[in-house]
Design a binder for this molecule. Structure first.
Ligand code: GLN
Length: 488
């Protein structure tokens, strides 16, 4: 059961091949066996998972089940879960038990899904390797010397290692797509506003977006059906109607125009990874797609723009962690100033502090125009590049990352080389577009991902392209050979 897709589990549950309780126990056993080594989960509550599974089985028995009732799902520890710790990977929230569920969590509950646990992540979703977690790094199941990617590294590793059939993640600059690529799974970052952000701990509010991570595009479609939709509690959530994302998976690729940005195939791309992407594109071409070279002329501005906008928003969002309202509080503060400074000094890790410093500087009165306003102008140009491309092509494709997963520690002392990991993913967030990563090959035994970028609210097209690709390839079916002796 642990190797099944969500679609297969859904079928097995409705055909009564197994109960949700049996299924949930199988995943909990797998978590028990592997989590000590892989560190994918921060919190697991087996009793509440079993209770939820029993309730799902009752719903199945009484005919009140919905499509995914009884399917276990893991959630990134950035989503508030009533009664269950939500740490966001930070010491600051290590003691935080939310009084309410995020809208996304509520939607999964209403669907009757079983919450398997909360997954490891970079602190406040800042990172590309999961090494910035207060709870220690999660490891990549394909090669435990390597990172699983970040910031949704725990979710990606959990799915890749069969500890969960599917998981949620969030993507501010690549945090669903990059770990999906590194762990050989499928991940979708929806259009900004497609999924509610209510109850999702804020990093950079104009960029953050939640999305599904699973083995297949079909599973991502099933999960997005649960997640997507307007939320009156989130003023930035989109009011556009939500299609049935699985209904779109039947379409042919005949005549579909795929744009290949010249900037995404340049010198920064690892040669073998580039080879995998070329092969993947040939597969799409064989299925009728037309490949066209396109240009995103402002690509060079992406990293500097993101690393002004995201830290600026982070510095304001994280001002709420002051030791007064909730979360960590330092011991015996002598006065209010001491309370603020020591709480933040002790509660935040290095990368978070770095972002707060950069963001506060960029927003300060004397530098606002030089940095923040400039970055907003550059953001506009980056977005316009995509809109111009979409005059001539239906989707854009390229690599998700410059190469496969790197070794633990290889980049952790060099923030800029870490930031370069996101060179192909950041622009999608700056432009508010949907993006996917689809398994597209192995380099040195490690997965690499094909990135597909769609038009605003074009998730159905992306999912269909990914699905057609997965009908023709088996990269998404490959699984890491976990040598339990070696990693325990
Ligand atoms: N790696 C990027 C960063 O560190 C993106 C993170 C994310 O998407 N949450 O900001």
């Amino acid at each position: 059961m642990i190797n099944h897709t969500v679609a297969q589990l859904m079928h097995g549950l409705s055909e009564k091949q197994f109960s949700s309780e049996e299924l949930t126990r199988a995943f909990l056993d797998r978590i028990e066996a592997l989590n000590g080594s892989l560190n994918s989960f921060i919190t697991v509550d087996p009793d509440s998972a079993i209770n939820a599974a029993r309730k799902a089985d009752e719903q199945r028995a009484s005919g009140t089940a919905r499509a995914l009732t009884g399917v276990p799902v893991a959630h990134k520890d950035i989503f508030c879960t009533a009664g269950m710790k939500t740490s966001c990977g930070s010491r600051m929230l290590d003691n935080f038990v939310p009084p309410y569920d995020a809208t996304l969590i509520q939607r999964f509950h209403e669907q009757g899904c079983v919450l398997l646990g909360k997954t490891n992540m970079d602190e406040f979703a800042m990172g590309s390797s999961n090494e910035n977690s207060f709870y220690g790094p999660a490891l990549n199941p394909w090669n435990t010397q390597c990172v699983p990617g970040g910031s949704s590294g725990g979710s990606a590793a959990a799915v890749a290692a069969g500890m969960a059939p599917a998981a949620t993640g969030t993507d501010t600059g690549g945090s669903i797509r990059q770990p999906a690529a590194f762990c050989g799974i499928t991940g979708l970052k929806p259009t900004y506003g497609r999924v509610s952000r209510l109850g999702m701990v804020a990093f950079a509010s104009s960029l953050d977006q939640a999305g599904p991570m699973a083995r297949t595009a079909e599973d991502c479609a099933l999960l997005l059906n649960v997640m997507a939709g307007h939320d009156p509690g989130d003023s930035t959530s989109a009011t556009e109607s939500v299609p049935d994302y699985t209904a779109a998976l039947e379409g042919s690729l005949e005549g579909l125009r795929i744009g290949l940005p010249s900037q995404y195939f340049g010198s920064g791309l690892d040669a073998q990874t580039g080879q995998c992407i070329e092969e993947a594109l040939k597969v799409l071409e064989q299925r009728g797609a037309i490949l066209k070279e396109v240009s995103l002329p402002h690509s060079d501005l992406t990293i500097p723009t993101y690393y002004i906008v995201a830290p600026a928003e982070a510095s304001t969002n994280l001002s709420r962690f002051d030791g007064v309202r909730y979360g960590y509080r330092c011991e015996n503060p002598v006065d209010l100033h001491d309370l603020y400074t020591r709480t933040r000094e002790e509660g935040f890790g290095d990368e978070v502090k770095r972002r707060i410093l950069v963001g506060t500087y960029a927003l300060s009165a004397g530098y606002y125009d030089a940095y923040y306003r400039k970055a907003q102008q550059a953001r506009r140009l980056i977005r316009q590049d995509f809109l111009d491309c979409f005059e001539n092509v239906d989707i854009i494709a390229g690599p998700t990352t410059p190469g496969p997963a790197f070794a633990l520690g290889a980049k952790s002392d060099d923030p800029v080389s870490m930031y370069l990991e996101d060179v192909y993913t950041l622009a999608v967030n700056l432009a508010g577009l949907p993006g996917m990563s689809v398994p597209a090959g192995l380099v040195d035994g490690k997965p690499v991902g094909l990135q597909l970028i769609g038009q605003h609210f074009g998730e159905s097209t992306l999912l269909n392209v990914a699905h057609q690709f997965q009908l023709a390839t088996d990269w998404h079916l490959q699984q890491p050979q976990l040598n339990l002796g070696e990693i325990s």
